[in-house]
Ligand binder design. Structure first.
Ligand SMILES: Nc1ncnc2c1ncn2[C@@H]1O[C@H](COP(=O)(O)OP(=O)(O)OP(=O)(O)O)[C@@H](O)[C@H]1O
Length: 231
């Protein structure tokens, strides 16, 4: 289980997240919601260790990761698809995916066929440079790169942002298939309510850098949506 306890995090002088606690249980798709700028990306980055927490705890299966590097966290089984993808533009699609294997500490030597089978468009593009792909294709590439090391928890930061509807549908199908397989839990930050409702098991809503609401799909009422999510 991934657990965040009383996390405080920010940039320079400003504190962005205060007293944030959440859990992602094995096999779950947990969604992180909130209006623009509430701190969803800051939370993802703090969980991955790209941003150091100021207070609180990030742990995975009881192991305290709070002071550990992003590389250590990746090797502990946490995958990350950052907002904006962060595909290496000069490397080929194949090389980008190979880099994802680094997180397996040498245990996985070849790109797993079942991980790549989730993105059938990619093999035909193996020799193309990452930077030449469309935004949607880059999103699929970043997703495949993260899955290549068979993470136990996957952090997905706004995978549908700026993506054409047909690829959003493909991404939804990939998330559903990961959920059915039950090997990888997902923490999904996403603005699209329809999307999260179609895949999510449990929901946390951030407001002003703190968890303002949490609950299951049945509790995510119109009133809650109006109060915390409507712009
Ligand atoms: N590198 C940074 N330096 C300083 N402030 C930052 C930095 N990145 C984000 N912030 C600020 O932190 C706050 C939270 O931003 P964050 O990107 O985490 O929100 P978000 O919920 O992911 O927003 P969005 O939905 O628009 O992606 C915002 O006020 C933002 O301006």
């Amino acid at each position: 289980m991934l657990a965040v306890q009383q996390l405080e995090s920010g940039y320079g002088e400003s504190i962005i997240l205060r007293d944030v606690s959440l859990k992602v249980q094995p096999g779950q798709v947990v969604c992180l919601l909130g209006r623009n700028g509430v701190g969803k990306t800051t939370l993802m980055r703090s969980i991955m260790g790209v941003l150091k927490a100021r207070k609180g705890l990030v742990s995975y299966n009881g192991k305290n990761l709070t002071k550990k590097s992003p590389g250590f966290r990746a090797k502990s089984g946490i995958g990350y698809v950052p907002q904006g993808r962060e595909v290496f533009p000069q490397l080929t699609v194949y090389e980008n995916i190979l880099l994802g294997l680094e997180a397996s500490s040498g245990k996985i030597k070849e790109i797993p066929a079942d991980a790549i089978a989730k993105f059938p468009v990619l093999p035909a593009m193996y020799e193309r440079r990452g930077g030449d792909l469309s935004g949607g294709q880059q999103q699929q590439l970043a997703f495949a790169r993260a899955l290549a090391s068979r993470p136990e928890v996957l952090l997905l930061d706004e995978p549908c942002e700026g993506i054409q509807p047909s690829i959003v549908d493909d991404i939804r199908d990939v998330i559903r298939s990961i959920k059915e397989e039950g090997q990888t839990a997902i923490l999904l930050a996403e603005q699209s309510l329809d999307f999260v409702k179609s895949v999510g098991d449990y929901f946390y809503i951030l407001e002003k850098g703190a968890i303002a609401w949490e609950g299951g799909l049945e509790a995510l009422s119109d009133e809650v949506i109006m109060r915390y999510l409507t712009v």
